[in-house]
Design a protein around this ligand. Structure first.
Ligand SMILES: [Zn+2]
Length: 77
């Protein structure tokens, strides 16, 4: 399993893709998908980025986390 990106060595995340009917591995840093053989399938589309961002924001709202990405300044706990 391509758990770590071979380009930037970031952790990858498995995402089930309903169009392709298989699980692809997403690197948030490189913003591309690989299959289980670590072959890059395609780049992440803007639409998918927005979707993931929207889900993340909803998750933050519902789980009441204080961390709001890197755009928020540090120092406030
Ligand atoms: Zn990467």
């Amino acid at each position: 399993m391509p758990l770590y990106c071979k380009q930037c060595e970031e952790r990858r995340y498995p995402l089930y893709n309903t169009n392709d009917k298989e699980t692809l591995w997403l690197c948030n840093k490189c913003q591309n998908y690989t299959d289980a053989d670590d072959v890059i399938i395609r780049e992440q589309t803007q639409e998918e980025r927005d979707e993931i961002k929207a889900k993340a924001e909803e998750f933050e709202r519902t789980s009441n986390f204080s961390g709001e990405k890197l755009s928020r300044r540090k120092g406030v706990n």
